[in-house]
Design a protein around this ligand. Structure first.
Ligand SMILES: NC(=O)c1ccc[n+]([C@@H]2O[C@H](COP(=O)([O-])OP(=O)(O)OC[C@H]3O[C@@H](n4cnc5c(N)ncnc54)[C@H](OP(=O)(O)O)[C@@H]3O)[C@@H](O)[C@H]2O)c1
Length: 234
C-alpha cells in the first residue's frame, strides 16, 4: 500500500492533491486543523474512499498535534512513501509601520517552523525499502532570494518560504542517509483562496503537473523545483 501524508487538505492545493491521489489508488492521510468543518474533504469519504482516506487533525503550529500524528503512525505501523507539507498562510498587505511581531511569528510558525517540526517528528515513519521516500515542502518562488523584488509587500511570506528552502537544503544530507529525499516545490501561481481568482493555473493543472514531477524524482534531493520540474533559483 502506498501512503501519502498531506497537510492543509481542506481546501486549495491540498484538497486537490488529496482528490487526485485517491483517484490514483493511493492511501492518503489528509491532515487539516478542523476536520469536522472540512466538508469537501469529508464528502470524499462518501465517494468510495473510506478504505483509503484517513482524515487527521493537525494544526501545524501545535506541537501536541504533531506528536499525536507521530503516535498515530507508530500505533498503526504506517510507513509513509511521500509527505507533502502544503499548509501555509500569507500576509500580503504589509507595509513599513504596520507589521506586528505576532504577524511575523504567525507566518513563520505556519510556513517554516511547523513543517520543520513535522519532518523531525515523522522521520522514523518512512518506507524507503524499495525506493527513497520523499518529502515535498510546498514553497513559493516568492521565497527565492535571487529573484525577489525590493518591495515590502509580502515580506513575512517571502522570509518564511526562503527560510523553509534553507531547511530543505540543510536537512537533505541527513535525510538521504535515512533513505529520504527532500525538495522544495513552487506550485505555480494557482487559483485558490491564497492565489486569488486572477491566477493563471487551476488547482487541477498545478497538482497534475506536481504529481508527475514527484513521481519522477527518483533520488533527486535538496532542490528547489517548480511544478514543471524545472529548478528555481534559490
Ligand atoms: N496559490 C498559489 O498561487 C501559491 C503559490 C505559491 C505557493 N503556494 C503555497 O501552496 C500552499 C497551499 O496554498 P493554497 O493556495 O492552497 O492556499 P489556501 O487555499 O489558502 O489553503 C491553505 C491551506 O493551509 C491550511 N492552513 C493554514 N494554516 C494552517 C495551520 N496553522 N495548520 C494547519 N493548516 C493550516 C488551510 O487550512 P484552513 O482552511 O483551516 O485555514 C488550508 O487548508 C501554501 O504553502 C502556499 O504558500 C501557493
Amino acid at each position: 500500500m502506498e501512503y501519502y501524508l498531506i497537510t492543509g487538505t481542506n481546501r486549495g492545493i491540498g484538497l486537490e492533491l488529496t482528490k487526485q491521489l485517491l483517484q490514483k489508488g493511493v492511501t492518503v492521510i489528509a491532515c487539516c486543523r478542523n476536520p469536522e468543518q472540512a466538508s469537501e474533504l469529508n464528502a470524499l469519504l462518501l465517494k468510495g474512499n473510506k478504505e483509503r482516506l484517513i482524515i487527521f487533525k493537525l494544526e501545524i503550529t501545535n506541537e501536541k498535534d504533531i506528536q499525536a500524528l507521530s503516535s498515530f503512525l507508530e500505533d498503526r505501523g504506517i510507513k509513509l512513501n511521500v509527505l507533502v507539507l502544503n499548509a501555509g498562510i500569507a500576509e500580503p498587505a504589509e507595509q513599513i509601520g504596520t507589521i506586528t511581531q505576532q504577524q511575523l511569528l504567525d507566518v513563520l510558525n505556519t510556513n517554516t517552523v511547523g513543517p520543520l517540526l513535522v519532518i523531525q517528528a515523522l522521520v522514523d515513519h518512512f518506507d524507503s525499502r524499495k525506493a527513497p521516500a520523499k518529502i515535498i515542502c510546498i514553497s513559493s518562488d516568492l521565497g527565492s532570494i535571487s529573484r525577489a523584488s525590493d518591495l515590502v509587500f509580502g515580506l513575512s511570506y517571502g522570509v518564511s518560504k526562503a527560510a523553509l528552502n534553507m531547511g530543505v537544503k540543510k536537512l537533505s544530507g541527513e535525510l538521504l542517509k535515512r533513505g529520504i529525499t527532500i525538495n522544495a516545490m513552487h506550485p505555480g501561481w494557482v487559483k485558490t483562496d491564497m492565489g486569488g481568482s486572477g491566477a493563471p493555473l487551476t488547482t487541477t493543472q498545478s497538482v497534475t503537473a506536481m504529481l508527475e514531477v514527484i513521481d519522477g524524482l527518483q533520488s533527486k534531493t535538496g532542490l528547489f523545483l517548480n511544478y514543471r520540474g524545472q529548478e528555481v533559483a534559490w
